[in-house]
Design a protein around this ligand. Structure first.
Ligand SMILES: *Cc1c(COP(=O)(O)O)cnc(C)c1O
Length: 393
């Protein structure tokens, strides 16, 4: 079984590029060039240098001793929370900004929900001196004020999406509209392992630095490259794709994907796509998607803005369908409890997205000598108000 993208842009039956004709030249230009550009030694050197000196990579692989003792297994945390800007998103935005420059683009657009991808994009545009426009739903602008302020300080223009539910999916629609109108000078930086081919594969390859590092770091600490499990939370699936990438075809490494169940899978307020989703098309690719019987996209819900997406990337749809990955759904309450537990046991305040992944230890039994590597995708600073409100701190 192949878990990577094939030359037609598919993971099994998922993926592809379902785009309006007017977008075809942009996407096709990218498709024809992305692998070639990424393979250039010049590109590699600049990418790796920036990951090292600007992002602060390699991120530590930290053996969480007290957490491991509590759950009687060996838990390693891949510390993406320690990256510049506080999450894994910057790995991808650095890669895509270098790609955009190689393709002669001078203007960058992005969509953002919680604002994490918007901040990472605004950051690399400032770094490279490129114009940056971030589309964001009007509702999200109101509820993610600190990130909006960050983007503005970094020189980005934040444009409110006023249509539909005025959240992430509407911001994405606005960004696509902009790209259609500006096909020559503009690159669209998608923030997760979603969108039309080649985006899911390109984003996955930029994030694959996560599992590349895990291999040598685990070898140093455990004497072997392969853990028994890799686990990560899934919004669109970029931190997960990066964490799994070099283990996809290692049969002895089990894969766990963690989705947000919101108030409960059957509550009508959920983002558990693997359970509730059916095959459909969203933002240019065929994947698993939460939708009504007549194909309207269902509004997802999660306490975590980064997991509040009605689909998953096509790679994850394939991993789900083939059974390569075990999908688990974690409720708001379970996640918040696990997040607080990490604070108390390890002195680390995780992003609420990452807290979902941490909650698997109270749901699933691991053996004492199992090595479980978990992606700690981001830090909790951005979620402080949420934690305060929830725990009445
Ligand atoms: C955006 C985000 C996610 C979800 O995005 P993926 O593409 O699924 O990784 C998870 N964790 C954090 C900290 C994020 O900012």
């Amino acid at each position: 079984m192949n878990y990577n993208v094939n030359e037609k842009g598919y993971y099994g039956e998922f993926g592809g590029a379902f785009i309006p004709e007017m977008l075809y030249p942009n996407v096709e230009e990218l498709r024809q060039n992305y692998l070639k550009v990424m393979a250039e030694p010049d590109f590699q050197n600049e990418f790796n240098q920036l990951l090292k000196d600007y992002v602060g990579r390699p991120s530590p692989l930290y053996f969480a001793k007290r957490l491991s003792e509590k759950y009687n297994t060996k838990i390693y945390l891949k510390r993406e929370d320690l990256n510049h800007t506080g999450a894994h998103k910057i790995n991808n935005t650095i890669g895509q900004i270098l790609m955009a420059k190689r393709l002669g683009k001078t203007r960058i657009i992005a969509e953002t929900g919680a604002g994490q991808h918007g901040v990472a994009t605004a950051t690399v545009c400032a770094l490279m001196g490129l114009e940056c426009i971030v589309y964001m739903g009007e509702i999200d602008i109101a509820r993610q004020a600190p990130n909006v302020a960050r983007m503005k300080m970094l020189g980005a223009k934040v444009v409110p999406a006023l249509s539909g539910s005025r959240t992430l999916k509407d911001a994405t629609n606005e960004a696509i509209r902009d790209w259609i109108n500006n096909p020559v000078n503009t690159h669209y930086i998608i923030g997760s392992a979603i969108g039309p081919h080649p985006y899911p594969d390109m984003v996955t390859r930029f994030q694959a630095v996560i599992s590349e590092e895990i291999k040598w770091q685990l070898k140093e600490q455990e004497g072997r490259e392969n853990p028994d499990y890799v686990a990560a939370c899934i919004g669109g699936g970029s931190n997960a794709a990066g964490t799994y990438y070099h283990f996809l075809h290692e049969d002895n490494v089990k894969i766990i994907a963690v989705e947000a169940a919101g108030l409960g899978v059957d509550s009508g307020e959920s983002a558990a796509t693997s359970v509730l989703g059916k095959e459909g098309i969203i933002h240019g690719c065929k994947t698993l998607l939460m939708q009504t019987n007549d194909g309207q996209i269902t509004e997802p819900y999660s306490i975590s803005a980064g997991l509040d997406y009605p689909g998953v990337g096509p790679m994850h749809a394939h991993l789900c369908k083939t059974g390569r990955a075990e999908f688990m759904s974690i409720t708001d309450d379970e996640a918040m409890k696990a997040g607080l537990e990490l604070c108390e046991l390890e002195g680390i305040i995780p992003a609420i997205e990452s807290s979902h992944a941490l909650a698997i230890f109270s749901q699933k039994e691991f053996k004492p000598d199992d090595v479980v590597v978990m992606s700690l995708s981001g830090r909790g600073d951005k979620d402080l108000q949420n934690y305060i409100d929830y725990f009445k701190i």
